[in-house]
Design a protein around this ligand. Structure first.
Ligand SMILES: [Fe+2]
Length: 228
């Protein structure tokens, strides 16, 4: 079972994967940590892992607080260089959880430390995409060592290989959408339908978006698992 939480201020989706009496949380937000903890306690669950798909710039992570409260293992990519992470992840690593396996796919581009996490459960395939692939969009590439060329490779080499019925669960949605599939995105997402790699890079390099409001505070705090 996958529970979803939504942090309205940053439009962040947080996912709690529950299997038996164990759970894993992906992209938790510090503001909402009581909600997660209450649910974990109410259902008598053991929080095994708290994972960030990358160092977020728009909210403060709950990784450190969840580790304090629940003694879970905290995970980010090795590239995050976050000292408080108890298990740095590399491409191809597998996280064993209950009777399941979560596969870490290194997908740089939005940031240089972005990972997607792939899970098969109950005959369904899920991809937690962070900001690498959003529904009808993709993460920006203009800060935190982002790279439009790397993002194109991550999308068209790493994610394109996944089965089309893989369910896409992004870290953000700004338009009320909840889930999609790899097949639907590669058919319909305009960012995945440029006529060339060069055109994608040109478009992404010229978005000219304002910086996220919390960027200076969040990136620094999140390198320390949300403890400023
Ligand atoms: Fe991000």
């Amino acid at each position: 079972m996958i529970e979803r939480f939504f942090h309205a201020e940053s439009s962040t989706h947080t996912y709690l994967i529950v299997r038996g009496n164990e759970c894993v949380i992906i992209d938790p937000v510090l503001d909402d940590v009581d909600q997660y903890s209450d649910l974990i306690k109410e259902q008598n669950l053991k929080l095994a892992y708290a994972i960030d798909t990358h160092i977020h710039a728009d909210h403060i992570t709950a990784l450190g607080e969840l580790r304090e409260r629940h003694g879970c293992i905290t995970i980010m990519g090795e590239q995050s260089q976050a000292a408080c992470v108890s298990q740095p992840i590399n491409c191809g690593d597998v996280i064993d959880f209950a009777d399941l396996k979560i596969n870490a796919l290194f997908t740089p581009g939005h940031t240089d430390d972005s990972y997607c996490y792939y899970l098969e459960m109950d005959n369904m395939k899920y991809l937690f995409t962070g900001d690498t692939l959003l529904i009808n969009g993709c993460g920006r590439t203009d800060f935190q060592n982002g790279s439009s060329a790397d993002l194109h490779s991550s999308l068209f080499t790493t994610l394109r290989k996944l089965d089309s019925d893989t369910i896409v669960l992004p870290a953000h949605d700004y338009n009320g959408k909840l889930q999609s599939t790899i097949g639907h995105e590669f058919e319909n997402n305009p960012r995945l339908n440029f006529s060339s790699r060069e055109e994608f890079i040109e478009f992404m390099d010229n978005l000219n978006l304002p910086d996220p409001k919390l960027m200076d505070v969040a990136v620094t705090a999140n390198k320390n698992c949300g403890i400023s």
